[in-house]
Design a protein around this ligand. Structure first.
Ligand SMILES: NC(=O)c1ccc[n+]([C@@H]2O[C@H](COP(=O)([O-])OP(=O)(O)OC[C@H]3O[C@@H](n4cnc5c(N)ncnc54)[C@H](O)[C@@H]3O)[C@@H](O)[C@H]2O)c1
Length: 446
């Protein structure tokens, strides 16, 4: 959906007005286009922890240039600081020493990443405190970097030094254009996954991915993106969305399952389809979701129940059935779709926010169970994303929703889809139990 305000700020007159009145001035974001290199340009790498070498290797492997000393005439596509060796409050000054001189040498839409050690695994109380402090730095810099820039923090647990490259590459790339101010935890809970993809731009080759609610919006974008990355996609949606779903699946050479995920026998029907047609599944994306907004005083039991059923109970039942039947293969993925409403709450959305906070609970509850089967569980929590769901909002609320984030604009379905694709990547086996907001660093629930 078009954003008329952003189109206006792209004109000379609009820019003049915006700058003189101090209004939000959204930078058009650099998004990944298939065929482009995932990373390009120079990335300045600093810090003295044990992650520095793997960082340099990951940037070079993605085809970009890692630079380890600031140069006068270079402009950087991104900055990476390895703060994992910081053990005290006094040593935090190293972050200032690295970032401050480089802030004026950034390209448009730069990607900045701080790497730390998971605070609870830090060797001492003072290291724990210093590592936790990195969150405040990251979230504040996200709010001031401007020009379409993103800032992220990645905590790497001891033993996970060999499994954060897919996360770093994603966060430095245009694939994470609308993801900022977030903390990702990479752990060593799962076994090391077997070999890298033979074709780096098709990491999901040979994998089968089920996407619910795939007929339109974010779900359709997820289906396209997982297909782009090599997966065979099974798209699921309600029968009334049948022709749209079948058209998309024909285009993606995928498979359609038409059913309502709240049907009593839906988990059994889905597992049967998966088993008979594909023998098992690698990636499950619980994207189907609905809103039925009303203030609580006017909330009917129907509005309440339908939202909880679709958004929470159905993903739980389907995940449980797939796990119990052992149909999710080793190094598999369960990916939920939560919402910032489930983190911050939203007036007239008690039902929706309850369901989406429940999705976060689902991640917490399933992570240890799924880990026993070498399956990761994560969720994305979109902010305001342009889709038919948000197009139905009253115009003033919609305009406020678009601007209330560090990027002063709404996200696109592809932003959520790219995040799902990163979580689905077999190389992301260190990422489990995370809820990652894709919200342009929304001010709600920040
Ligand atoms: N658009 C946003 O700003 C936003 C923000 C936060 C979270 N989300 C979440 O992202 C997901 C996708 O949102 P969207 O904006 O693309 O919505 P959408 O309404 O455009 O698409 C949702 C899809 O789910 C399908 N679906 C609904 N109920 C179903 C059922 N019972 N069984 C099977 N399929 C069903 C619909 O037919 C539709 O194709 C939802 O879970 C939503 O809550 C969206």
């Amino acid at each position: 959906m078009a954003d008329p305000y952003q189109s206006l700020t792209g004109t000379r007159v609009g820019k003049f007005v915006v700058q003189n009145l101090g209004l939000p001035d959204p930078t058009p974001l650099n998004r990944y286009r298939p065929g482009d290199p995932v990373l390009s340009g120079s990335f300045l790498v600093g810090g003295s922890g044990s992650l520095r070498q793997p960082v340099v290797a990951a940037i070079a492997a993605a085809g970009a240039e890692p630079v380890t000393a600031i140069e006068d005439d270079t402009r950087y596509a991104g900055l990476v600081f390895d703060a994992s060796g910081i053990e005290s409050g006094e040593q935090l000054i190293a972050i200032l020493d690295f970032f401050a001189p480089a802030m004026r040498s950034l390209n448009r839409c730069p990607h900045l990443v701080v790497l730390g050690s998971t605070p609870s695994h830090a060797g001492s109380g003072s290291a724990h405190i210093a590592q936790r402090a990195l969150e405040g730095f990251t979230r504040s810099l996200g709010k001031e970097v401007g020009r379409g820039g993103t800032v992220s923090l990645v905590y790497v647990a001891p033993g996970a030094e060999d499994r954060f490259a897919s996360t770093l590459t994603f966060l430095l790339s245009p694939k994470s254009a609308y993801l900022s101010g977030q903390v990702v935890r990479v752990g060593a809970d799962l076994d090391k996954a077997d070999g890298a993809a033979t074709e780096p731009d098709r990491p999901l080759d040979g994998k089968v991915a089920l996407v619910t609610g795939a007929a339109r919006g974010i779900g359709a974008s997820i289906a396209r993106t997982l297909h782009r990355d090599g997966a065979t996609v099974i798209g699921l949606d309600v029968p009334r969305a049948g022709s749209r779903l079948q058209e998309l699946m024909a285009e993606l050479d995928g498979d359609s399952v038409l059913l309502d995920i709240t049907a009593v026998d839906a988990p059994q029907r889905v597992t049967r389809a998966v088993e008979e047609r594909h023998g098992g599944i690698d990636v499950v994306v619980h994207n189907a979701g609905i809103t039925r907004d009303k203030r609580l005083a006017n909330m009917s039991a129907y509005r309440w129940t339908s939202v909880i059923d679709v958004n929470l109970i159905a993903p739980h039942r389907l995940s449980a059935e797939l796990l119990e039947r052992g149909l999710i293969r080793r190094n598999g993925r369960i990916i939920g779709v939560a919402s910032i409403a489930g983190i911050a709450g939203n007036a007239a959305q008690t039902n929706y926010a309850t369901s989406k906070a429940g999705v976060i609970g689902l991640v917490d509850a399933l992570t240890p169970l799924a880990a026993e089967r070498q399956v990761t569980v994560n969720a994305v929590a979109p902010g305001f994303i342009e889709s038919q769901m948000t197009a139905r909002m009253p115009v003033v609320l919609r305009e406020v929703g678009r601007r209330m984030n560090s990027m002063s604009q709404a996200g696109q379905p592809i932003d959520v889809a790219e995040t799902v694709a990163w979580l689905a990547d077999p190389a992301s086996y260190g990422v489990t139990g995370n809820v990652v907001r894709v919200c342009g660093q929304s001010l709600l629930g920040a």
